[in-house]
Design a binder for this molecule. Structure first.
Ligand code: DGL
Length: 276
């Protein structure tokens, strides 16, 4: 599939502000594209909720972006992609790109030994969407999943494994606890999919901890980067001369500028609060 048309923006939605990691990655690949972002910050987190609730919220968020006349919808949220993508694809009149398949396909291409780890929220793991996506690509790859629910609040607090010693220690201990369990269950793993919007910010911590635990190299696959790469393939007529404007909407304004800037990597401006 390729997506035609040029002036209409790309829509990106997430349960909150973590999806700005996808906006950041998109900006590096498609700098001229205008983006309309919706963060459902009034109802974040999705990762602890049931698939039905996540699907209902996702359809409302998608509906808002359709009213902004987007020509392609990116479901930046791994939890929403894992729980609601088939429904979104069925019910929306524009092409929809989820977070799971691009990361799954990079993982399959990257593994040498045939064992892949996937970390994400409770809902993402429970949905088994990564298991299905990887099995559809290569049935011989063994996938070991692990939910890491403490990573989301850790990242939102900015405890990323560097800086203030006690915060760095807490982040390291949390990563060590989760990846230690993964190491016991998947000793041969050589690829680890960061299956959540928040995890790219833990990249350097996770690669340090993986280096301590596995005696061979473990490649990290960042689902935000994988999604941006896939979006660039879907948009052969991408705007190279456009403004690259970012319009940002949230459903609750608490802490958006502090937390949002962390994910976007620059100051978040032009934010408006909306009701869905
Ligand atoms: N955006 C979610 C994801 O990528 C993480 C935050 C949440 O639980 O809503 O899975």
């Amino acid at each position: 599939v390729s997506v035609q048309g040029s002036v209409k923006p790309i829509g990106v939605f997430d349960s909150g502000l973590g999806g700005l990691t996808v906006v950041r990655a998109l900006g590096e690949r498609l700098p001229g594209e205008s983006i309309v972002y919706l963060g459902d910050t009034a109802r974040v987190p999705y990762g602890t909720k049931s698939a039905d609730t996540v699907a209902r919220y996702s359809l409302m968020s998608a509906g808002f972006l359709l009213r902004k006349d987007v020509r392609l919808l990116l479901v930046a949220c791994n939890t929403a992609s894992a729980s609601a993508l088939p429904r979104l694809e069925r019910e929306l009149p524009v092409p929809v790109l989820g977070a799971v398949e691009p990361g799954a396909s990079e993982a399959v291409a990257a593994t040498r030994g045939g064992q892949v780890g996937v970390i994400g929220t409770l809902a993402t793991v429970r949905s088994e969407a990564y298991l299905r996506a990887i099995a559809a690509l290569d049935g011989r790859v063994d996938v070991v999943q692990l939910a890491c629910p403490l990573f989301v609040p850790l990242v939102e607090e900015g405890w990323l494994g560097d800086g203030e010693p006690l915060e760095a220690e807490a982040a390291y201990a949390t990563a060590r606890r989760y990846l230690g369990e993964l190491r016991r269950r998947a000793p041969r793993l050589d690829v680890l999919v960061l299956g959540c919007t928040h995890y790219p910010l833990l990249r350097s911590l996770l690669s340090r901890v993986a280096g301590d635990l596995w005696s061979h190299e473990v490649r990290l696959v960042d689902s935000a980067q994988a999604m941006a790469r896939r979006a660039a393939q879907l948009l052969p007529d991408a705007q190279v001369t456009g403004t690259g404007a970012l319009e940002c909407y949230v459903t609750d304004e608490a802490r958006f500028s502090e937390v949002g800037s962390r994910f976007l990597g620059r100051r978040l401006t032009h934010v408006e609060k909306v009701d869905l």
